[in-house]
Ligand binder design. Structure first.
Ligand code: ZN
Length: 468
């Protein structure tokens, strides 16, 4: 069929769209009833009668590769000095107290509002690293997948694509230390976690908008044996499904891993498991030169959550070296102190600038515009982390994209090759992201989500209950 004989029902014409080879003019986007792109045609000869026109330049939607939905409700509530040595571990105590109070209805309301915030910010997919599974006393809900199901349902109703990663949390520290009382809502064996995952898949089967994987919480929360049996079990049902893990966020866990396991966490994992592009190593913050090279070579995705890592005082990932080694990365909003991929990319570059006292550190000879390089790389790495066909405007990919406001003061009058620089680095006023589509459906229209008033009212009720 030629472009003029195809149906215009699932079609959009963009004066400019960011395709895998950069900005292209007069792009016709067409997709099927399932929300998968069928044709992406640049230099389309003429606009078809009846095809709507995008209100501005079109970018692929960004995957958010790391989220703990319930933590959205505590953003802004830990920014005070509780003791002289406030750090990640004292923050974790506060977070555990919060996790102890969440109810299924409360989690549903928080997740629904969070996912609407993500969509409005231009995240069109999320990887949910979900670890609160049980009742406050540690007993199972009648449906073992009760809480995970609430999160999956929130993704469905908001319209965001989801990779649900139920978390295996088994131990409180290296050497298979027994879990603490404040971890009892999290605890599973590989078998009980795979059983939970099975129940979840029965209730919410995989689709173009939804995929499953697993998340061993961290090397301190699993053992080599339990990690192996989790992966073996996963591969029986879902071969090749994504595997995410918190790897080296804090120097204390690197030290403990060295002391008890005899190796740094990234090296330990790479030495023992076939780590490849199905893996996402979240917070690969503390890596030495050898680990940086080996991680890049593995094809795994480094999951960088810059705003959270800055908020928690984690440290700075050696992004410059890692990108030089062709390492793959994506970004996530993690604790949701901010929900904005633009801020994640900006902070990724700014961390390097502050350390090296240079500018445009993460640009390269081939990609001199740092924002364009980081945006393209985060799309690619984020897409790998989701395990879904997302992250590019190309036939066969999910019809997920953002429409920029060409009149916005961050990009108006700029040439197209400076648009992404303005989008990522300028912090002026409201977001330049005007409309958002997922699966070909416009879920954000002129910065408003179709459900936001109702979802916000429910979020306020849930938050008031949590803070009571
Ligand atoms: Zn995390």
């Amino acid at each position: 069929m030629t472009e003029s004989t195809r149906t215009s029902k699932h079609a959009l014409f963009a004066d400019y769209a960011w395709l895998p080879d950069g900005w292209r003019r007069n792009v016709l986007l067409e997709w099927d009833a399932d929300g998968t792109l069928t044709h992406v045609t640049p230099d389309a000869s003429a606009r078809m009668a009846g095809v709507p026109r995008a209100a501005g330049p079109v970018l692929p939607g960004m995957p958010n590769l790391h989220s703990h939905a319930f933590q959205r409700a505590m953003a802004g509530l830990t920014e005070y000095r509780a003791n002289a040595t406030d750090n990640f571990w004292s923050w974790r105590d506060l977070m555990y107290r919060f996790a102890a109070k969440i109810t299924p209805q409360g989690l549903a309301a928080v997740a629904q509002w969070l996912y609407i915030e993500m969509l409005k910010a231009g995240y069109t997919s999320v990887c949910e690293f979900h670890y609160v599974h049980h009742m406050p006393d540690g007993n199972r809900y009648a449906n073992a997948a009760e809480l995970a199901g609430q999160v999956v349902e929130a993704a469905r109703t908001s319209g965001i694509g989801m990779t649900m990663l139920p978390v295996l949390y088994q131990y409180s520290g290296f050497g298979a230390r027994a879990p603490n009382a404040d971890q009892r809502r999290f605890i599973n064996t590989p078998e009980s976690l795979l059983d939970l995952l099975g129940k979840l898949r029965d209730a919410y089967p995989e689709s173009a908008a939804r995929r499953y994987g697993v998340a061993p919480h961290s090397l301190r929360a699993v053992s080599e044996t339990s990690l192996r049996s989790l992966l073996d079990g996963l591969d029986q049902d879902l071969p090749g499904a994504p595997v995410h893990i918190h790897i080296a966020e804090q120097t204390a866990e690197v030290d403990a891993c060295l002391e008890i396991e005899g190796a740094r966490p990234v090296q330990w994992l790479l030495d023992r498991f076939a780590v490849d592009s199905r893996w996402c190593l979240v917070h690969a913050t503390h890596v030495d030169a050898q680990e940086t090279r080996d991680l890049a070579k593995s094809g795994a995705v480094a999951g960088l959550c810059l705003t959270t890592e800055a908020n928690l005082g984690d440290g700075i990932f050696p992004a410059h070296t890692y990108l030089d080694e062709q390492g793959r990365f994506g970004v996530g909003s993690d604790s949701h102190i901010g929900v904005d991929w633009r801020a994640e990319l900006r902070l990724l570059e700014y961390g390097q600038r502050l350390v090296r006292r240079q500018r445009n550190v993460l640009a390269s000879a081939e990609a001199p515009f740092v924002a364009d390089r980081l945006f393209g790389a985060a799309l690619d790495g984020g897409a790998h982390a989701t395990g879904r066909a997302v992250g590019a405007l190309r036939a066969g990919q999910r019809a997920d994209w953002l429409v920029l406001d060409a009149e916005h003061a961050s990009i108006a009058e700029h040439a197209p090759d400076a648009w992404l620089s303005g989008v990522v680095f300028c912090e002026h006023g409201e977001t330049p992201i005007r409309d958002v589509y997922t699966g070909g459906v416009k879920v954000v229209d002129n910065r408003r989500h179709r459900d936001e008033e109702r979802a916000y009212a429910q979020y306020r009720v849930a938050l008031a209950e949590l803070l009571r």
